[in-house]
Design a protein around this ligand. Sequence first.
Ligand code: IPE
Ligand code: IPE
Ligand code: MG
Length: 254
Amino acid sequence: MSDELGSPLLVNNDNPRHIAIIMDGNGRWAQKRLMPRIMGHHAGVKAVRKIVEYCAKQNIEVLSLFAFSSENWRRPKDEVSLLMELFMSTLQTQVDKLDKNNIRLRIIGDKEAFPEKLQEKIRAAEAQTAHNTGLTLVIAANYGGRWDITQALQKIVAAIKADEIQEQAITEDLINQYLVTADLPEPDLFIRSGGEERVSNFLLWQLAYTEFYFTDVLWPDFDQAMMQKAIDSFKGRQRRFGHTGEQIIDKRIL
Ligand code: IPE
Ligand code: IPE
Ligand code: MG
């Protein structure tokens, strides 16, 4: 790849280590087919399975999927409870398969709001796959970026009160350590399907320098070829992290 002057443009080339996706458009996919919205969520799970498989094959380190936001409780009661059931049954049927494929499952979000039975399933699924060394699959459920930062602050204040850390020790790195994604690399690539171009309270802190990719494709129609297109778009970009383009080319600082 080169710029308009013909000089080489130093771009990523490497695969993203961490891809974060807002899987949007399930409801509209179903409505277009005159089906109830929940059918769109079922079709969405099928798309998830294909994308997880693809990321594992491409040696992506972390795939984070936004499954249910802290704001999604505002939806009609029926849709919320059907989504909970779908989450529960998907966990039940998929965990062994994930485990066999060396995939480590992590659920992030305020899990205390979930029924105890679901919380137990989550704990069991995480424990069963904890030692796997392939793809880390992060499912964000009852997650909100603002919730994440808030819970981090609450823990930091408690640690200061307990004399475990000093006030002066509060740095960006320290805050990072208290987020639920502490042990994961920051997302390199953010994808949102469904045509909306917003973050909807996903990983607010973590997305500071992430590359964004939006597509009008509704999530149930999002396939492996589209995933590769997003990855290719990422690979063609020059990440500057505040430097100038010349600095990147001349000094190869990054
Ligand atoms: C995303 O699809 C899935 C969840 C939020 C659970 P939507 O259900 O938001 O689909 P649209 O945006 O209504 O089409
Ligand atoms: C974001 O989608 C949350 C998930 C995909 C789980 P929404 O469809 O809820 O987002 P908004 O409300 O349109 O911003
Ligand atoms: Mg939506």
